[in-house]
Design a protein around this ligand. Structure first.
Ligand code: XMP
Length: 512
């Protein structure tokens, strides 16, 4: 078991970023709810604990608090933002609400060198996001850095190995943030950097063999990164005993089914069962416009179709899923925690318990970037590993209103043009996601001497690092012009193209 750092989650939108930064320093991290009892923490023998930020005020009556015994575990603790104020308050200092809220960039001045700040310059830019601040230090603590509005922007009690940062070292905008986390791990927690993905791959393959023996495993393949990497690992582990099932729900992009078949036959010569259930899905979606109803119908139909496939294959004992770590982390139900209100529809562990199959989730400890690295190690093609995410309900949530075959044809053709031009102009890999949306709005146009009255295609392209927030991409004019011309000229049924300039929040990435 690698050394572990625990991140206690007080509901910050950056909690998972903290956990990822730790892993980037080759140390294993685990995110747990803020009130996890110390007994449970002890079972993991952690090397240190980080208290995340959070949207609450430590001054509120119902402020989320950790098990107080945490501070008696003898372990290093780093409090970030809310975590610093909480530590300050719980250990006998005083937090107060400040008139001078600090949001965004600020300058940090270090007072003491070494420890957390080893190798960092005397002044640097940090990212703040807090209303409260610490006004009195607890006994044993001293200030190590200050900011414009806070003399205790960084504090320490080196004897007990307690540290606090008022700003967010985990976000990109904090210069030296990676070094601060790295210093906490190496200098303070004395972690050895023993989290290596190739070790993970080797160990997981052995574990799968151990658990599965000579039984058969079924995996739902979508052609996306997660299920492809899961298939790669399982194929390495058990070869022929892996059967993959790919369901064509009729809501796929142009040529998607044949691309998945190709990917499969090139990379995992195991059994692949392709089920064409498009007619069933489209029949059930007939007349349905409400986005959530569409999702429910698609989810339910998928389960039925998959269940039938399992029965027809027979003798299967295990079901594998490409669940990732962010899907496993419980979101903290604190008002203001964006993770808690994110659409409940994202397909997490979507298959029913009644299937009575034992579940294998070989990626459930990994973040997306780690999954890609494992995939590279397994020799999977880059274009699969770095492909944009595609939602489970497919094009159904990119057709506003009712899903029909005619609308699917228009959207597929338009989207294929957009994707092709994104590759031609080398923009594809700069984006988190880029796709077309079919709008059931008809507008007037002229083509040659004729008037047209056709549908509108919206183009959506966003940059993001985790889909929690996203910005619309400033695509080159030339690309937009080419895409618009080509769609209007080549796709029958579309005579107008618009570009979506909304960021998330307040909009979402998908239109439904
Ligand atoms: P939104 O639209 O909420 O999307 O900003 C965030 C990310 O989630 C994807 N998404 C989905 N994925 N089933 C999925 O598997 C869904 O129903 C679904 N809805 C949105 C979206 O493509 C983006 O990457």
């Amino acid at each position: 078991m690698p050394q572990t750092i625990i991140v206690l989650d007080f509901g910050s939108q950056y909690t998972q970023v903290i956990a990822r930064r730790i892993r980037e320093s080759n140390v294993f991290s685990k995110v747990l709810p803020f009130d996890t009892p110390v007994k449970q923490l002890e079972r993991l023998s952690p090397s240190g604990i980080i208290l995340s930020g959070g949207p609450a005020s430590v001054l509120a009556k119902d402020a989320p608090k950790p098990d107080p015994a945490l501070f008696r575990m003898g372990l290093p603790v780093l409090g970030i933002c809310y975590g610093l104020q909480l530590m300050g308050n719980m250990l006998g200092g005083k937090a107060e609400s400040s008139d001078l809220r600090e949001y965004g960039r600020g300058e940090l001045k270090t007072i003491r060198k070494g420890g957390l700040f080893e190798g960092l310059p005397p002044k640097f830019i940090v990212w703040n996001s807090h209303g409260d601040r610490l006004s009195k230090l607890p006994k044993g603590f001293r200030a190590v850095a200050s900011s414009e509005n806070s003399e205790f922007a960084a504090i320490e009690d080196p004897k007990r190995r307690f540290y606090g940062l008022q700003f967010h070292p985990e976000v990109e905008h904090t210069d030296g943030g990676r070094e601060l986390i790295h210093n906490f791990l190496r200098n303070i927690c004395e972690c050895k950097a023993d989290w290596r993905l190739d070790d993970f791959t080797k160990k997981t393959i052995l574990d799968i063999r151990d658990v599965v023996g000579d039984k058969r495993v079924l995996l739902g393949l979508s052609g996306g990164v997660d299920s492809s990497v899961a298939a790669g690992l399982l194929h390495r582990a058990i070869g022929e005993n892996l059967t993959c099932v790919f369901v064509d729900n009729g809501l796929l992009r142009l040529n998607e089914r044949s691309e998945v078949e190709q990917l499969f036959s090139d990379n995992f010569p195991s059994r692949l069962k392709v089920i064409n259930a498009s007619s069933l899905f489209l029949k059930r979606l007939k007349g349905v416009s409400d986005p959530e109803r569409k999702r429910k119908i698609i989810g339910k139909t998928f389960i039925e179709v998959f269940d039938d496939a399992v029965k027809s294959i027979g003798c299967v004992e295990f079901l594998a899923q490409g669940t990732l770590y962010p899907d496993v982390i419980e979101s903290i139900p604190i008002a203001g925690n964006p993770a808690a209100v994110i659409k409940s529809h994202h397909n997490v562990g979507g298959l029913p318990k009644k299937m009575k199959l034992k579940l294998i989730e070989p990626l459930r400890e990994l973040f997306k970037d780690e999954v890609r690295e494992v995939g590279l190690g397994l020799g999977l093609p880059k274009d699969v590993l770095y492909r944009h995410p595609f939602p489970g309900p497919g094009l159904a949530v990119r057709i506003i209103g009712e899903v029909t075959r005619a609308r699917l044809r228009v959207l597929r053709e338009a989207d294929a043009i957009f994707q092709e031009e994104l590759f031609n102009s080398r923009q594809y890999y700069k984006l988190w996601q880029a796709f077309c949306v079919f709008l059931p709005v008809r507008s007037v146009g002229v083509m040659g001497d004729e008037r047209t009255y056709d549908n509108v295609i919206a183009i959506r392209a966003v940059t993001s690092s985790d889909a929690m927030t996203a910005d619309w991409a400033k695509l080159p004019d030339k690309l937009l012009r080419t895409v618009s011309n080509r769609i209007i000229n080549e796709v029958k049924g579309a005579n107008r193209v618009v570009y979506d300039v909304s960021s998330k929040p307040p909009s979402t990435i998908e239109w439904e």
